[in-house]
Ligand binder design. Structure first.
Ligand SMILES: [Zn+2]
Length: 70
């Protein structure tokens, strides 16, 4: 059984940079995609209490990529 999390909520730490699909309360907003960056915290939604973030495609942030470190 895997313990890997696939769904995140506000207050969780972003463990992987990438594109996340956000779902809101169905009466409030349609789902959409956002980019979240490693080390940040998933933010609360101003319009509903229970947004959920699901990783669609991981993509390392350029500032965290070894090739682009100064
Ligand atoms: Zn919302």
């Amino acid at each position: 059984m895997t313990t890997e999390k696939t769904e995140f909520k506000p207050g969780d730490k972003v463990e992987e940079s990438g594109v996340y699909k956000v779902t809101h309360d169905s009466t409030h907003a349609q789902g959409h995609e956002v980019t979240c960056v490693f080390g940040k915290i998933f933010p609360p939604c101003g319009g509903c209490k229970h947004p959920r973030f699901i990783l669609v495609r991981a993509a390392q942030h350029i500032e965290h990529n070894d090739h682009f470190k100064t």
